[in-house]
Design a protein around this ligand. Structure first.
Ligand code: SAH
Ligand code: MG
Length: 218
């Protein structure tokens, strides 16, 4: 019997991740502005929020802002003096996200940096920015392994590194894929303890790779 992912997803979404007007309006604004609907699902957004809370996140880094939908979930997990720095290549996406952050009442906790993520990550490293408690990678898939290398030094020990969309069809075939390479790369990192969590979508599956950065044994 084929798994009816839609029914399970609907149950989880309606019980654990009901949409409030701010989240619905964020999606509506993206549609009005022709920003593609490639944001995390409501359920995955809630998972991001729970993960950020579980590490007591005060500083979060996101790679791939889009319209700010995942960012609102992350920002909501932060204390009032917390900070979400989110990186976006497309100035139009950044502009829509900024409006959505303002409507959500989280813009005092968010900062969008426009440009290619690899450059901004290098700047963050060079500037010696205080470490992050959680890093969420969700931009162009071919960049993931580079973002991994540039992000790891920015992540505190005891922090979480998250990679989105990491169960592409390619994991079942010999096909190449950026997120498949990312999965293999995180597993090869000795200081990371990693698992991929399958995420139900309305149609089929997606994945979130969750890596915990351990303190090296003395
Ligand atoms: N995290 C968002 C979805 C991000 S979609 C959410 O779930 O709500 C991926 C985003 O990455 C798009 O907005 C795209 O413009 C951006 N992007 C693509 N290539 C990029 C790059 N090289 N640097 C930074 N952002 C990039
Ligand atoms: Mg994604």
């Amino acid at each position: 019997m084929e798994l009816n992912t839609r029914s399970y997803n609907d149950y989880i979404a309606s019980l654990f991740a009901p949409q409030d007007p701010v989240l619905s309006e964020t999606i509506a604004e993206m549609e009005r502005e022709n920003v593609p609907g490639i944001n995390v699902s409501a359920v995955e957004g809630k998972l991001l929020q729970v993960l950020a809370l579980s590490v007591g996140a005060k500083r979060v880094l996101e790679v791939g802002t889009l319209g700010g939908y995942s960012g609102i979930h992350l920002a909501r997990a932060l204390p009032e003096d917390g900070k979400l720095i989110t990186l976006e290549l497309d100035p139009h996406h950044a502009e829509v996200a900024q409006r959505n952050f303002e409507r959500a009442g989280v813009s005092h906790k968010t900062e969008i940096r426009i440009g290619p993520a690899s450059e901004t990550l290098r700047q963050l490293n060079a500037a010696g920015e205080a470490p992050f408690d959680l890093i969420f990678i969700d931009a162009d898939k071919d960049g993931y392994t580079e973002y991994l290398d540039l992000s790891l030094p920015l992540l505190r020990e005891g922090g979480l590194l998250l990679g989105d969309n990491t169960l592409p069809d390619a994991v079942l075939t010999q096909e190449e894929s950026g997120t498949k390479r990312y999965n293999a790369a995180v597993v090869a990192h000795a200081e990371l303890t990693t698992i991929v969590i399958p995420i139900l979508r309305q149609h089929g599956l997606d994945g979130l790779t969750v890596s915990f950065k351990r303190t090296p044994a003395a």
